[in-house]
Design a protein around this ligand. Structure first.
Ligand SMILES: Cc1cc2nc3c(=O)[nH]c(=O)nc-3n(C[C@H](O)[C@H](O)[C@H](O)COP(=O)(O)OP(=O)(O)OC[C@H]3O[C@@H](n4cnc5c(N)ncnc54)[C@H](O)[C@@H]3O)c2cc1C
Length: 412
């Protein structure tokens, strides 16, 4: 029966990051990922300074910096006019930018690091079906193979039982949270839907991100590495596919996104250069509890927030960064007690759920800011933003948008 000290369910950014931290600290860790192959979906692109601090702990920061693009300035625009702009020098003197890198490339760098620190720790093609955490023995985990059969016509889907001293559920928003914890948190679906896509960046300033607050809804654009720019447009209440699905180039949707962008902002996108287009809707769900018995729930599995503002992946890494030393201490302490009764883990849970609620509040505000609003409200909103961006208060706004509250500088 295969076994390990810590079994992590899910090899997304949270699971890979935690796996690498634990492997570095000498823990026998296994990261089970149901996808046989790495994901090709580009969801998260924004790496705020606290994310870079977290990556530094694994010595991955330099590789990520070399691969990414730096956003030094954020602009707010409305009906063709600049309302104002902000920069990040005051909020982050040592790191005055937000980095952008498509999620699959960030995951590839984390996977590489995990392979160096814990060779063989990542097991692809393994789906966790059940977790049994009762009594004083090890936690028992039922795992199904999702890898394609080795030989044509061979059997797939064999089931194995694994054992572990601790199980960490990092299976994301659509993974295994409910089965592992018995509580998923209340889901709040926002009425907002979006189209996002990547196109050749023809803008003059490749270090600037822009938010266009337009009468029909927001359009956002962010520079990406390799001369590409991501465009995100609010599409109202039209049905959208679940996040991350159907990211292959789809000419009709790319054309629709280009038309929305042109109509609202005047920017002309080269539809032929489209390399990804996807629709998504947004939800909020924060679990009531992250620590149960000898199981801990982390990342999107514990807290799903609106991606508008790009904080979700960073939150997952910060969960993992706080959890890793607590787990190492418990494992080395050796009495196998339930984590749920440990005061430091209760404090960890309080801090991390507090951070998730803070991020969710801000993500909700960002989401509401981008909705179509009546002309009279729009005038007041634009006036207020123009005023704030013209005063030193813009530095506070820059700090809030780049998660200063979550980083070492914010905590100091
Ligand atoms: C459109 C969009 C844009 C976003 N932009 C940003 C951004 O700019 N910045 C940012 O910080 N965040 C952003 N996010 C959020 C970010 O993508 C998530 O917060 C992040 O992916 C969460 O990581 P995770 O590892 O917790 O979960 P996931 O990334 O969902 O990974 C979970 C993994 O677990 C695996 N899994 C699930 N169940 C099982 C099981 N039973 N057994 C084995 N494996 C399992 C899945 O296959 C998956 O690989 C965005 C999200 C979306 C949808």
């Amino acid at each position: 029966m295969p076994g390990c000290e810590v079994l992590i369910v899910g090899g997304g950014p949270t699971g890979l990051y935690l796996g690498a931290l634990l492997a570095r600290d000498g823990v026998d860790v296994a990261v089970l990922e149901r996808r046989p192959e790495p994901s090709t979906h580009s969801r998260a692109i924004g790496l705020h300074p606290p994310a870079l601090e977290a990556l530094e702990e694994l010595d991955v920061r330099e590789a990520v910096l070399a691969a990414g693009a730096r956003v030094h300035t954020g602009q707010a625009r409305s009906r063709g006019r600049l309302l104002g702009s902000l920069t990040f020098e005051r909020a982050w003197p040592q790191n005055p930018f937000v980095l952008t890198l498509p999620q699959q490339r960030t995951e590839a760098l984390l996977e590489q690091r995990l392979a160096q620190l814990g060779p063989g720790a990542l097991r692809r093609g393994r789906e966790v079906l059940e977790v049994h955490d009762a009594g004083p023995g090890p936690v028992r985990v039922l795992v199904r193979s999702t890898a394609p059969p080795a030989a044509p016509g061979g059997a797939a889907g064999g089931v194995q039982t694994w054992t572990a001293r601790v199980v960490v559920a990092a299976g994301g928003a659509h993974g295994c949270t409910r089965a592992l914890t018995g509580t998923a948190g209340r889901v709040r679906a926002y009425p907002d839907t979006y189209l996002m896509g990547d196109f050749a960046d023809t803008s003059a300033d490749t270090g600037t991100a822009a938010i266009h607050l337009e009468p029909e809804g927001v359009v956002e654009s962010f520079p990406l590495p390799g001369g590409v720019r991501r465009w995100v447009a609010h599409t109202g209440r039209a049905p959208a596919r679940p996040p991350g699905r159907a990211e292959r180039p789809e000419p009709e949707r790319a054309q629709r996104l280009a038309e929305l962008v042109a109509r609202r902002t005047g920017a002309v996108l080269d539809v032929g250069s489209n390399s990804m287009v996807s629709a998504f809707s947004v939800r909020r769900r924060i679990a009531g509890c992250m620590v149960h018995g000898r199981r801990v729930v982390l990342g999107d599995a514990a807290h799903e927030i609106s991606p508008i503002g790009g904080q979700g992946m960073t939150l997952g890494w910060l969960d993992a960064r706080e959890l890793a030393p607590l787990l190492v201490r418990e494992l080395r302490g050796g009495d196998g007690r339930e984590l749920a009764g440990v005061p430091e883990l209760a404090a960890f849970q309080r801090r991390r759920l507090g951070a998730a609620r803070r991020a969710a509040w801000q993500a909700g505000a960002n989401t509401r800011l981008g909705r179509p609003v009546p002309a009279v409200v729009r005038g007041a909103r634009d006036g207020l933003l123009r005023a704030v961006l013209a005063t030193p208060a813009r530095h506070g706004l820059a700090g809030a948008f780049s998660m200063r509250w979550a980083g070492e500088a914010g905590a100091a």
